[in-house]
Design a protein around this ligand. Structure first.
Ligand code: SF4
Ligand code: SF4
Length: 354
């Protein structure tokens, strides 16, 4: 049986206030929050955007969601986890202050902001999943404790997973720091010595102190490297190479098994909302904001696999190109196919345009 995915069409650059009203109307009309009970602690999980980025889902949508949840008598809160890489989101203090700068303060959204994985990303709980790669996965503790979840994802490209949306928000975004490390640890880069200028930018951003500039060329200690991909993102000279074919499939599968861990306690207690607006080649952790598709709309489903499958299909249909032609030329549907294989959700969806 196909999974319903609700689709709200938007015109390019449509005002967020209008989009928010459309989402509210759909949620009320279809009773999409009927799984929330009074006094449920509801984690509204999203990505607040790295400093200098623009693509993140705007705070006014969260204000609207928070109001709907409070009307039910629930206790909603905004939440996120720390990043692996160095930046302003690698600990709770800097992350929350950055979120406030981006408009996610309680004054603007009406919602408290509580980090799900504690001060330093190590507040985790192990969930038994007995899947193919992992027996257990480490999930941010507060997400496990909350009774319900609203997963709000901005659809973007991603250099390791092909694209990032609901499955990535669940699998990577809800994982503890240790679990994020485990997921990244198979992807190891190398330096293209002919291109390296020895500028040292990658050294500054490497979270594992795995890079040193020796005789004017960056050198990576592969034993120390955690495969986070930060050097690839920060090098402006195309001097960092990855063996994509060996790594991206594993990473997507690991990510999906972590998503399974989150869904263990959230099946029937979650709605996933994918924003197909301000679509960029790079994810919201990266600076730069080159749009690669027109604004398309917002998709809502109780199934993270269905909503991601519908999102990629819709973008490809709208633009007339494969997602891999628009962004990174790596297989990106591994995450959807594997999620279906391990019973995380259903890629067979029915698109219901509102
Ligand atoms: S950022 Fe790039 S060019 Fe600069 S040292 Fe690192 S690899 Fe070399
Ligand atoms: S060398 Fe690159 S991939 Fe490895 S840990 Fe450092 S930044 Fe991450």
């Amino acid at each position: 049986m196909s999974e319903p995915v609700y689709f709200i069409k938007v015109v390019h650059s449509e005002e967020d206030l209008i989009i928010s009203k459309k989402i509210q109307e759909l949620i009320l009309k279809q009773n999409l929050l009927s799984f929330i009970e009074p006094r449920d602690f509801v984690a509204i999980k999203t990505h607040f955007g790295e400093a200098g980025t623009q693509g993140y889902v705007r705070p006014l949508h969260f204000k609207m969601l928070g109001k709907l949840l409070k009307d039910i008598g629930a206790f909603p809160f905004l939440t996120e986890t720390s990043t692996l890489y160095r930046g302003r989101r690698s600990n709770a203090i800097e992350h929350i202050l950055l979120a406030f700068e981006h408009g996610f303060s309680v004054q603007e959204t009406g919602l408290p902001l509580i980090m799900s994985d504690g001060l330093l990303g190590d507040d985790e709980v192990e969930i038994n999943i007995n899947a193919r790669i992992y027996q257990k996965v480490g999930i941010a503790k507060l997400l496990e404790k909350s009774q319900s979840m609203i997963l709000v994802s901005h659809f973007t490209g991603h250099m390791l997973s092909g694209f990032g949306a609901a499955l990535k928000n669940l699998g990577m975004g809800c994982a503890s720091r240790k679990a994020k490390l485990i997921q990244h640890s198979t992807a190891k880069p190398s330096i293209k010595t002919s291109k390296c200028t020895g500028c040292g930018e990658c050294v500054k951003w490497c979270p594992a102190d795995a890079i040193a500039v020796v005789d004017g060329i960056a050198r990576i200690d592969r034993n120390t490297c955690i495969g986070c991909g930060e050097c690839l993102a920060t090098c402006r000279f195309d001097a960092v190479g990855y063996n994509w074919s060996e790594t991206h499939e594993n990473l997507q599968k690991k990510m999906v098994e972590h998503a399974l861990g989150v869904m263990k306690s959230k099946r029937g207690k979650i709605i996933c909302i994918n924003f197909l607006t301000r679509i960029t080649k790079d994810c919201d952790c990266m600076r730069g904001h080159n749009r690669i598709a027109p604004d398309i709309g917002v998709l809502l489903s109780h199934d993270p696999v269905a909503v991601d499958a519908a999102s990629v299909d819709l973008i490809e249909r709208t633009v007339g190109k494969k997602w891999s032609q628009l962004t990174f030329d790596i297989p990106n549907r591994v995450q959807i196919e594997y999620a279906a294989e391990i019973g995380l959700g259903n890629p067979d969806y029915q698109l219901l345009e509102m």
